[in-house]
Design a protein around this ligand. Structure first.
Ligand code: RTP
Ligand code: MG
Length: 156
């Protein structure tokens, strides 16, 4: 059955350039916590990609450094699905500042592979609305037409 309490959600998880060596650990965590991986993709972001993806931060003083960081190597992106996926993935990754994560959330992903408030090795959508936007950022053709790579349509 599929009432509100059992409705599955999708979220966008991204391993940032400094986390790529941890891909196997990420996949193990994703499986252990019951997420299904609906899509995955490795790509090199450019400056315009980062400006679009992190548009909400484009006026922040740290933004030029964020662009440098996010374009420093490829990222690995996954569409994850399960009940309560958005909040559960955010809880698993831990707080933005990886130094804080090592103290307050020592078992979190950012405690495992992050360094500081910028190099925190992983991203998670912060709301259902962000998840829809971010999934369509990487998988636009699939979301809008269902024709991408002959894979089934992802309902948003
Ligand atoms: P994300 O969007 O990547 O999942 O991270 P978040 O929600 O925990 O944090 P957010 O405020 O959305 O910031 C986005 C990313 O920008 C970098 N950042 N650097 N003071 C700084 O140097 C600073 N603050 C944020 C981080 O990479 C952060 O994840
Ligand atoms: Mg964020």
């Amino acid at each position: 059955h599929s009432d509100a309490s059992t409705k599955k959600e999708k979220t966008l998880a991204m391993i940032k350039p400094d986390g790529l060596n941890y891909t196997d650990d990420f996949k193990r965590i994703v499986n252990d916590f019951g997420f299904s991986i609906l899509r995955e993709l490795t790509m090199q972001l450019d400056e315009d990609d980062v400006k679009l993806f992190y548009a909400e931060h484009s006026k922040r003083s740290f933004f030029p450094n964020l662009v440098k960081y996010m374009t420093s190597g490829p990222v690995f992106v996954m569409v994850l699905e399960k009940v309560n996926a958005v909040a559960d993935w955010r809880a698993l990754i831990g707080p933005t500042d990886a130094r804080k994560a090592k103290i307050t959330d020592p078992h979190s992903i950012r405690a495992m592979c992050g360094l500081d408030s910028q190099r925190n090795c992983v991203h998670g959508s912060d709301s259902l609305q962000s998840a829809t936007r971010e999934i369509s950022f990487f998988f636009r053709e699939i979301v809008s037409t269902g024709k991408g790579k002959n894979l089934p349509k992802l309902e948003s």
